[in-house]
Write a new protein. Sequence first.
Length: 417
Amino acid sequence: MNKGNLSLFIWFRLVSNRGKNGKMPIYLRFSISKKRVELSTNQFVDPKLWDAEGQFVKGKTEEAQTINRRLALIKGDLHKKYLQLEALGKPITAEILKNLYLGVDENRKTLQEAIDIYYDRFAEKVASGQKSKHSLKCVHTTREKLKVFTKQQYKVTDLPLKEIKPAIAGDFEHFLVTHEKGCNNTAMKYIRILKRVLKFAVDQGWLETNPVGRFKCTYVEPSRERLTMEEVMTLYHKEFTVERLAEVRDVFIFSCYTGFADQDVYNLTPDNIVTGIDGEKWIATDRRKTGTPERVPLLPIALEIVEKYKNHLWCRSKNRLLPVNTNQCYNGYLKEIAELCGIKKYLTTHMARHTFATTILLEQDVPIETVSQLLGHRSIRTTQIYAKVSQKKVSQNMKVLKEKLAGMKGEVKEGKG
């Protein structure tokens, strides 16, 4: 920073809306590079005695002389601090000068300051395509919930980082599941973000250790419903006279055969269709949620749907592969479709993805390593949670085992004979 271009401007003013007993407070204002800061001088004066142009209290009374000496000391001290920063070659901003004047340690950050900086950096990563907007929204929500939490739990608007104790994780969890009426997994999601923010504070040198680093986030595995092959075929063969329902059904079936979430499907363009090493058509893209590359071969039904909308007016005008509605409309139409097809399940794009993992892949003996890659998972552990082997698959495996054991029994009998 070129300090030669900086100028410190200092002046005092009266604040009329904060007066008491006929006197008004004198406030200090100073600016550097057009950035302005205001502080209270804790001095009060009769507005009739204040010389705004000369910046002093008129009169020769002891009170007037005391106030004027105090204002001169404040102004001199501020100039001294400014020159101190300049001599040390440190950055000079209005905020830095204010903190130095007040004796505030720049490294003494608060929780909200830390999460604000963390959020801003996260937003930059979103802008560069490294993180998703959905994840940024979760950070924002965590920040807002922490504000409410600190006010209710500690009766303050913010917490100095160095005063945060390990108990904050358990207290925050209790707040989220009781006051906020959230489920356990949602609470863990926000606590996980809190842990990341405090780790970030450690990395920045604002904390020596992460006070909640040892808190273990525990998750309750949700019930992951999926469609059976019979239900998938019922949807696929259903004739709809209403065009919007037919389109939504097709997009849903496409997700069942590719595993893409609705937003990922919406972002697909004809350019995402490539020729794979096998000479067949594949979809090549990056998952919106994780940024993980995803390469999925187009199974016959999925390819059929792509071909169906190749010349669709909306798709051509928007350069989209399929006519995807907004999520709100999409889910509403899925509910209508389920009723018309006699399916008593709550259809969602997440169910379509789970159907792809279980009904379309695992139950057809596709190895879980392949399933993990097709789903764009970073770790096979995620796949193991997301795509549990169904009862039908267990039944199929046991049937094969019984047949093998029966054959072995027969071989033993023949050997004895």
